[in-house]
Design a protein around this ligand. Structure first.
Ligand code: ZN
Length: 241
């Protein structure tokens, strides 16, 4: 058998890169790796990941820091892509009113926390879907407040006017790290409603957005991926009511 040292080195490089991304960045081996943090921003902090965030300020800081960096990359990226396209005129006309208004920035990213990735739907037609979630904003300053009236959900669940019922200071330093928010008057998006009615496990995302008070009134957005199931499917999965 031929021994291809170049190939072995290539493989070793790949493996060690994966190792680096899979290694804990926190205080012990239970802390989040870089790969995990990327996934948290995209899919939400769910179940034991949420419990870990609520008990480990190092992981909150790492995750929030990543969200800030990702936001800056994303923001510059969008502008570069737009500049490089011939349709820039059309796009900027479309986007101007939404994103590029003077003194208006893209929303910053936040991390959404949920107790379970399964969402049990008792009645898919109701307009009283309720959801409680945690929000870890990647705010620019240490001191931040969220305007309660600005909170809303889009995507698989649609609801306006969230209520902030808990402001959590994880380090007891007088600064808020996380909010607990609830929505009560939500409805399911049609695609989710139909799938749940047909007994499917519907995988879809929710986006929670809102605005900070004062200063720039900066907007933020957080996302999580959930699986929506009817009570029958929930029972098959062994989920409690
Ligand atoms: Zn940790």
């Amino acid at each position: 058998m031929d021994f291809d040292i170049k190939r072995v080195l290539e493989l070793a490089a790949t493996l060690s890169t994966q190792d680096v991304f899979a290694q804990s960045l926190g205080v012990d081996e239970n802390c989040f790796s870089a790969a995990k943090i990327v996934a948290l921003v995209e899919k939400g902090a769910i179940d034991e990941d949420l419990s870990h965030l609520l008990s480990c300020i190092t992981c909150v800081e790492n995750t929030v820091q990543y969200a800030k960096t990702e936001y800056n990359l994303e923001y510059t990226g969008i502008h570069q892509r737009l500049r490089g396209t011939r349709s820039v005129g059309i796009f900027s006309n479309l986007l101007n009113p939404l994103f590029m208004r003077k003194n208006r920035r893209e929303p910053s990213l936040a991390i959404l926390g949920l107790p379970s990735r399964f969402f049990r739907v008792e009645d898919e037609k109701t307009k009283r879907i309720s959801l409680t979630c945690n929000l870890f904003p990647a705010a620019e300053g240490d001191e931040w407040r969220v305007e309660p009236e600005s909170l809303h959900i889009d995507g698989a669940i649609i609801a306006k006017k969230g209520t902030i019922y808990e402001q959590i200071d994880l380090t007891n330093d007088g600064k808020i790290d996380c909010l607990t928010i609830s929505f009560v008057d939500g409805r399911l998006a049609r695609r989710v409603r139909d799938g749940v009615a047909n007994g499917q496990r519907v995988s879809d995302t929710i986006q929670v957005s809102g605005r900070f008070t004062g200063g720039t009134k900066e907007e933020f957005i957080a996302q999580a991926r959930l699986e929506f199931v009817n009570p029958h499917v929930a029972e098959q999965l062994g989920l409690s009511a």
